[in-house]
Design a protein around this ligand. Sequence first.
Ligand code: ZN
Length: 129
Amino acid sequence: MITCTKCGEQNPDGVYRCNKCGVMLGHQVRARADAQRSKVVSGVRLVWWIVVVIAVIVIAPRLYHFAFASFYRYRMNTQTAAAVKNCNGPATETTTPAQKAEIDKCVDTDPIVVKARGDYEDFTKGDKP
Ligand SMILES: [Zn+2]
């Protein structure tokens, strides 16, 4: 309904002139359209914010998990590579199977490597299906 500002008559929506006094209601019709449009805009904005919040809730823990898994994997790989050097590795074409087994055993029992592998596996054990 549009209330005429001159005579107070209640006019139905979409009417451009007051049914009682005939005054132009254009500016009131426009104001109503503006109010309706801003209602739609704020509705769209609300939906947008809900989408953003859900995206953050869903993505943030994955991002956090991915970052830490990457860190643990990187640390495990660099410490394994360091341990291989400390254990007279890496194996080459001239390394005998017995020497290779010794290098592997030396690396696998390195406490730093054991801890790095354990940390990585503990952190990512939930990832495997
Ligand atoms: Zn009127």
